[in-house]
Design a protein around this ligand. Sequence first.
Ligand SMILES: NC(=O)c1ccc[n+]([C@@H]2O[C@H](COP(=O)([O-])OP(=O)(O)OC[C@H]3O[C@@H](n4cnc5c(N)ncnc54)[C@H](OP(=O)(O)O)[C@@H]3O)[C@@H](O)[C@H]2O)c1
Length: 204
Amino acid sequence: MRIGILGTGAMTAALGRRLSAIGHDVVIGSRDPVRAETLAREIGASSGTDLLHAAQSDVVIVAVRDTAALEVVGELAGELAGRVVLDLGNPIDPPHFESRYGAGPSLAERMAEAAPGAIVVKAFNTVYAEHLAGDGSPQVLVAADDGPAKTLVTELVVAIGCEPLDVGALRVSRHLEQLAGFEVDLVEGGYARATSLRVIDLPG
Ligand SMILES: NC(=O)c1ccc[n+]([C@@H]2O[C@H](COP(=O)([O-])OP(=O)(O)OC[C@H]3O[C@@H](n4cnc5c(N)ncnc54)[C@H](OP(=O)(O)O)[C@@H]3O)[C@@H](O)[C@H]2O)c1
């Protein structure tokens, strides 16, 4: 499968390495294609290019800085229509790391509005890049409205050695983004950077 990852940060490096290692055609997109190509070589991805060409993929992972995500997705909206778009962004700011959107629509929901026709799935936002970069199996909470897209992302999560958990519709991403803020707050308070929350479903 061709998987485009937008941005050249820590999440792209960690996810791109895992996805490339299991044989996917991973294409990294950047405002600077040279930077994308350098990272692609470093992590064993197929290639690096600009944002537009990376967006021409079966799955497009938006891993640009959260403050730029809506603008980037809006500019690529025509290209993203009909594609599975995986949002892992956290719209949280210091000092308290609460969502800048408050109780309103999440970044993921805003992304779906910015790119009508894109099939948005929220996943990986509660996992630190440091955790993904290691060889652990973090739990990955997955929220989406579209069943087949959620299944596709869930299968990718399993394939790269992580543990998926279906947490419901895209609206649940409001909670997921606040949860990530809580994790960052914990880390700022002294917990290790790979700290992640885990849902334990206790029957009975
Ligand atoms: N780091 C983590 O542990 C972690 C964990 C969970 C979720 N997240 C989320 O994952 C996303 C990526 O985080 P990250 O830590 O990997 O990287 P990041 O430092 O947030 O930046 C990622 C990339 O965004 C691009 N970028 C920055 N400003 C931009 C702009 N104005 N327009 C277009 N692109 C821009 C840059 O790529 P180019 O300069 O190459 O274009 C940069 O490498 C964020 O939304 C973050 O909230 C991060």
